[in-house]
Design a protein around this ligand. Structure first.
Ligand code: PEP
Ligand code: MN
Length: 368
């Protein structure tokens, strides 16, 4: 069940008049000069909200892991110098305390943190009583509940300036993306929480420069509220995520070429995708009904057989076996144990009902 979240409209906490809203800056704050120059160029192209990684959650240790507090000092100077706003990633209480001390405008929770409810709860507890907006990236794994759970935890701590960032999902198998977008998950998030601002991160989705434009356009066509795109004055020599960063100049060209749809058109795009998914659900439901009807046919056969052989309709061994095997099969498919248990209680009781009617010579009537 979806809990309604209290969310302040995005235009009350981000200046999103710019169409499209673009947050940009380097993957990592490497040096003062790199950060200052990147931000200066971005600002000259009309971008006022900068991103920069200060603590870098790298997959393997031993690579550059961010400049920490030192980088926050640079950010604080650059904010004053260029009159820009900043967002940085935080992953624990210490990060939050420092980020707030240096006047960071917006915090974001990274994909590797969203997966862990312990960490998200720690962050939520540290945020109580603060008013800084929070953006929550999707978890690395394609799990909508985990994403929604993180949003709920932060919202419960009294943070109403809240948004989500869709950065794609880690999947096995080949893909042209670094992190597969699985747009349906973000659309489901938006349909569960219609007032939640959702920002797309094409840089991490693509993992390369070539697909950033088309992925950004797709996000805008789907009605996303903005984009967060990594940029660097010298992308090839970036200390992290070099392949996916673009120069502020390339970003500026992209920004001009991106087409933003009107709210009506955005709604239509969402509606179109929702309808497509609903049509698929209709087809699946028809298959379910077909299969249930097939199953009842078999149950009726058993009913006739038990009547002939004078057997009881309810046989405890079979009941136990059904519960055990179906739950095992369902878990293998990633389904919830409780859900399948409930479903099979209904199906099995329905079968007994059908058989009883046959044994008592009444016409079968399967009611769920
Ligand atoms: C980043 O934004 O640079 C980053 C580390 O993101 P993610 O949490 O999406 O991997
Ligand atoms: Mn990055």
């Amino acid at each position: 069940m979806t809990k309604k979240l209290n969310i302040d409209p995005i235009n009350t906490w981000i200046n999103n008049e710019k169409d499209p809203l673009i947050i940009s800056g380097p993957c990592s704050a490497e040096t003062y000069d790199q950060l200052f120059e990147t931000c200066k160029q971005l600002k000259s192209h009309g971008i006022n909200l900068m991103r920069a990684g200060v603590w870098k959650p790298r997959t393997r240790p031993g690579t550059f892991e961010g400049n920490g507090e030192e980088a926050l000092k640079w950010i604080s100077d650059i904010k004053k110098e260029l009159d820009v706003q900043f967002t940085v990633e935080v992953a624990n209480t210490n990060h939050i305390e420092l980020a707030l001390k240096y006047g960071i405008d917006i915090l974001w929770i990274g994909a590797r943190t969203t997966v862990n409810p312990f960490s998200v709860q720690e962050i939520a507890d540290s945020l109580k009583g603060t008013d800084t907006p929070i953006l929550i990236k999707n978890p690395i794994n394609p799990d909508l509940s985990l994403w929604m759970g993180a949003l709920e935890r932060i919202n419960k701590a009294g943070i109403n300036k809240l948004g989500a960032i869709h950065r794609g999902f880690s999947m096995t198998g080949k893909s042209k993306y670094r992190y597969v977008p699985m747009w349906k998950i973000a659309i489901d998030l938006k349909s569960n929480l219609p007032n939640l601002p959702v920002i797309c991160d094409p840089s991490h989705i693509c993992g390369n420069r070539d697909m950033i434009f088309e992925t950004s356009q797709k996000a805008l066509d789907l009605g996303y509220d903005g984009l967060i795109i990594e940029s660097h004055i010298d992308p090839d020599n970036a200390w992290s995520d070099a392949k996916q960063q673009i120069t502020p100049k390339t970003l500026s060209k992209m920004k001009k070429d991106l087409k933003v749809k009107s709210t009506k058109e955005k709604e239509k795009s969402y509606q179109h995708l929702l309808n497509e998914i609903r049509e698929n659900i209709d087809d699946v439901d028809k298959e379910i009904i077909d299969i249930i009807s097939k199953r009842i046919g078999l149950v009726e056969k058993i009913g006739e057989f038990k009547k002939e052989q004078d057997l009881t309709t309810f046989q405890v061994d079979r009941w136990n076996e059904i519960f055990k095997s179906r739950i095992d099969w369902a878990i293998e498919k990633g389904l919830e144990k409780d859900f399948i248990e409930d479903l099979y209680k209904v199906i099995h009781l329905g079968s007994i009902n059908v058989q009883n009617k046959i044994i008592n010579k009444k016409k079968a009537n399967f009611k769920i």
